[in-house]
Design a protein around this ligand. Structure first.
Ligand code: BGC
Length: 867
């Protein structure tokens, strides 16, 4: 079919090229092109084409090598997301340039702009460097050591690459200039199995003459406190650096500079560093290398795990926020308010101090009675201390710690000025892909709070909270939040990497630890909702990104977990034994017993069992494992029968009769008859009305409750619950001034005191899982086929009773931006939808019994609200 432009002219160029444009040509998981960890990166691109009917049926990828050779491959396919690498596998350090064009009927688009891809060190034998560690400096109670060496470079290289990692954290510099912008490198993985290395282009930094290579080493996750106070050295007690600087000169010769026995170690100005407790920095030493002691290093035994390139984005400073105001507390302290609860560092500029003066900064998420509320931090000291050098102007900023805070108390700067303080927001530099706004400002704030909680807790791994003595990769939290997360940001590489750690940490019998990386080290882990991260996070990721490769990589881990549950469920097909977190932090749970819940924990466990077995069955379908499809379908059917027999009455009453159990059975379609389904829907409705639309669910029920009401045909009740302001509710926290999602419904009590429970974080994304419903149902944009190949546009106005009069939701899918924007004016719905090339959208308007289907372009609809 010839492509015709909107004006009806044939839209071809004189050279015969189609005028559709290719954009966002990318490899694997996005922006990273240097140091990729695969020989065969998959490729994706977006297409801008005005004609919705035009379809390409082939693509051509051209690869150009540095030696001037090139090759092209034409593939007869209309795919554009994660297409397989069509060339011979790349070798380590290989750099190629790629272009793509697509075509049909012998017409081609213009080629895309070029994508440079360079592999990292892919084989263990590529590493000639050894890990080097200081001998006596930088011991467990010492400060952060520096390892360094000098070298003479006779000629400036044409290319210089640094491959680097550490046991502990590192900050690398060449001639005192910091390499790259990443922070808290190499991040946290299951170190005993997988350790990430980074690749940097340091061509600019490597000059002719004498060069100093140096790296400061911090304790970080490797050797600092983790889990409980004083629990240190989870992975080892020696910090070490592994670095390989590879220089290529104009004549093609190469020189490799490795960490080896020739390096030395010395002290740094960082006297103390810990993720929970903070950092103490002596700027006198920091600024004066003469003050440092020095010694040789020792070469350590080779690392036993695998060195891996990153798949997700690095941790960086993603934003700088000015201080909002400075408060003098009732007790006379100076406290800076940043106006936003965030994760990162305080940066403070000090002038005219005397050498040896001290400045102390303590952090907190909230104020209580006007003073810094540090009780929720539990044992974490969250304190940064600086000993000033007396330079005319000094900038105070830590390196090897991070804090969750909105408020910072500053001691030692009596003339503190608001313009001298900033907050540096740090986190994984994920690409934002999801936006929501509505006619209700409180809902917009709630949504912002979800985004901020995600930003704070997606710090190299998905954590529960970023401030107290925890900050762990709790599996249950990300399991419930993954669909929301994958809408808001591009999580594809970030979570795919974390899932590799999950698989690596899984027990031989399939048991899945409650935190990944597993520092709890429970010998026999397995709990519903938490361990189900093994099955349900890959499922969410596959839905969002259509990443079959990730699904295939996780499949044996998914299956192993489900097979373990089969054993746990035993002959009666009910998982009704053993430890469970259950509907964690149900609002009726007393402060000191977060697991006490209204929902029967074994109803929850068997429901999750069925849910995960089905997830494996569905993954088997995608991957073409026909035998497994039959096997897991059969297991699911038997478990459903057992569930109905044991826990459900004929009229749909579910054991423990509370919001969460009805949410489970309705959302996961667990009931085996229509009378049961309508009975359960009725009962849920009654419970929600009796509760005056207050939320009565914990971690398990919260992501589902509004969907359950939607399935029950009561979007009006779902909206009433979403808009409820009395505790427990989402907007209660907003009405109390929250700027992130709280861990418990009443982290802050109505009288302004902090909940006395030990689980009282103000930055936990789990309850923020409601944003998924806001995107899909209230906003009306939901994915109907993996990767958003097909979407459903069906905003809540389709049902009666929503008090929200306008909403706009946008998602940057693998194909491009999809937007749904609606408003109700004088009982008329106005809907505009924009659909990128490659996506089909089914649109529902009030009164529709079937959708109208549209393809790429901007579409507008108007319809009377009443039906
Ligand atoms: C964490 C939770 C986690 C829970 C499980 C808590 O301490 O903060 O979010 O899922 O433990 O027990």
């Amino acid at each position: 079919m010839l492509w015709e432009s909107a004006a009806g002219e044939r839209a071809s160029r004189p050279d015969g090229d189609l005028t559709a444009r290719i954009e966002n040509f990318r490899s694997e998981y996005g922006e990273q092109t240097l140091g990729i960890g695969t020989t065969s990166p998959r490729l994706s691109w977006m297409i801008q084409a005005d004609d919705p009917e035009w379809e390409f049926d082939r693509y051509e990828i051209t690869l150009s090598r540095e030696d001037g050779t090139a090759e092209s491959v034409i593939v007869a396919s209309g795919e554009q997301v994660l297409v397989p690498w069509p060339f011979a596998p790349l070798r380590s350090r290989e750099r190629v340039s790629l272009r793509v064009r697509v075509g049909s009927d012998d017409r081609w688009t213009l080629p895309s702009s070029s994508l440079e891809v360079e592999t990292g060190l892919l084989e263990p034998t590529d590493w000639s460097a050894d890990f080097v560690s200081p001998i006596s400096l930088g011991g467990l109670d010492g400060g952060a050591p520096i390892v360094y060496r000098e070298l003479d470079v006779a000629e400036k290289p044409v290319r210089a690459r640094l491959y680097v990692t550490a046991l502990g954290l590192y900050e690398f510099a060449i001639n005192g200039r910091r390499v790259g912008h990443d922070v808290l490198t190499p991040g946290w993985t299951a170190y005993q199995h997988r350790l990430r290395y980074q690749t940097y282009d340091v061509t600019e930094l490597v000059t002719q003459g004498t060069l100093t290579l140096s790296a400061v080493l911090g304790n970080g996750w490797y050797r600092g406190q983790l889990v409980w106070p004083g629990n240190r050295s989870s992975y080892g007690d020696r910090l070490a650096l592994l670095a390989q600087l590879e220089l290529t000169f104009a004549d093609g010769t190469r020189r490799v500079v490795d960490t080896d026995a020739g390096w030395r170690a010395c002290t740094s100005g960082i006297l103390f560093d810990d993720l929970y407790d903070g950092q103490t920095t002596d700027l006198r030493i920091e600024n004066d290398s003469e003050r440092r002691q020095s010694e040789p290093v020792e070469v350590l035994a080779p690392y036993g795990g695998t060195l891996v390139a990153r798949t997700g984005p690095p941790v960086r400073v993603t934003e700088t926020l000015p201080a909002a105001r400075i408060i003098t507390t009732p007790g006379g302290s100076l406290v800076v308010d940043f106006g936003q609860n965030l994760v990162g560092w305080v940066r403070l500029r000090v002038r005219g101090a005397t050498a040896g003066e001290r400045v102390t900064i303590r952090h907190a998420e909230v104020l209580e009675h006007g003073e810094l509320g540090t009780r929720p931090l539990r044992s974490a000291k969250a304190t940064c201390e600086y000993i000033l050098s007396g330079a005319p102007e000094e900038v105070l900023q830590p390196t090897f710690t991070f804090n969750g805070f909105r408020y910072a108390e500053v001691v030692g700067v009596p003339d503190l000025r608001v313009e001298d303080v900033e907050a540096l927001v740090i986190g994984s530099a994920l690409e934002r892909t999801g936006w929501f706004e509505s006619s209700d400002p409180d809902l917009n704030r709630l949504h912002e709070n979800v985004v901020w909680s995600m930003r704070g807790n997606f710090l190299d791994l998905p954590t529960d909270c970023p401030q107290r003595d925890e900050r762990l990769g709790w599996t249950g939290d990300i399991q419930v939040f993954a669909p929301t997360a994958s809408f808001l940001f591009d999580t594809s590489g970030f979570l795919a990497g974390w899932l590799r750690d999950l698989a690596a940490e899984q027990k031989p019998d399939g048991g899945v630890p409650y935190v990944i990386p597993d520092v709890l080290r429970d010998p026999d882990p397995g709990a519903a909702g938490w361990s189900d991260a093994a099955t349900l996070v890959p499922e969410s990721l596959y839905r969002a990104h259509a990443d079959r490769g990730m699904l295939s990589a996780q499949y044996s881990s998914m299956r192993a977990w489900v097979d373990k549950m089969v054993t746990l469920a035993g002959d009666d097909n009910l998982w009704n034994t053993g430890f469970q977190f259950g509907d964690w932090l149900d609002p009726t749970a007393p402060p000191e017993d977060a697991a006490a819940a209204q929902a029967d924990k074994y109803v929850v466990a068997t429901a999750y069992y069925i849910r995960s077995v089905r997830a494996v069955r569905d993954a088997a379908k995608v991957l073409g494992f026909a035998g497994d499809v039959v096997r897991y379908d059969d297991i699911a059917i038997r478990a459903e029968e057992a569930f109905n027999r044991e826990y459900v009455t004929d009229d749909g009453r579910v054991r423990s009769d509370c919001q969460t159990v009805y949410a489970l059975v309705l959302c996961w379609d667990l009931l085996d008859s229509e009378p049961k389904r309508s009975g359960a829907a009725r009962r849920l409705t009654e419970l929600v009305i009796e509760a005056d639309y207050r939320v009565n669910t914990g971690f398990v029920g919260t992501p589902l409750i509004l969907d359950a009401l939607t399935i029950a045909g009561r979007i009006d009740l779902a909206c009433a619950m979403l808009l409820q302001r009395e505790c427990p509710s989402w907007l209660y926290a907003v009405s109390m001034g929250a700027t992130t999602i709280w861990e418990r419904w009443d982290s802050m009590l109505p009288d302004g005191t902090i909940n006395p429970g030990s689980m009282t974080s103000f930055n936990h994304y789990a309850y923020g899982a409601v944003a998924d419903w806001m995107h899909r149902v209230l906003g009306g944009l939901s994915m109907a086929e993996p990767g958003y190949r097909r979407v459903t546009i069906r905003p809540s106005f389709v049902s009666e009773g929503t008090p929200v009069t306008a909403a706009r939701v946008r998602h940057r899918s693998p194909y491009g931006d999809i937007e749904c924007n609606w408003q109700i004016v004088d009982d008329v719905v106005r809907l505009s939808v924009s659909v990128p090339y490659g996506v089909t959208a089914d649109i529902w308007l009030p009164g529709d019994t079937k959708p109208s289907t549209v393809r790429s372009g901007a579409h507008r609809f108007e319809a009377p609200l009443a039906n």
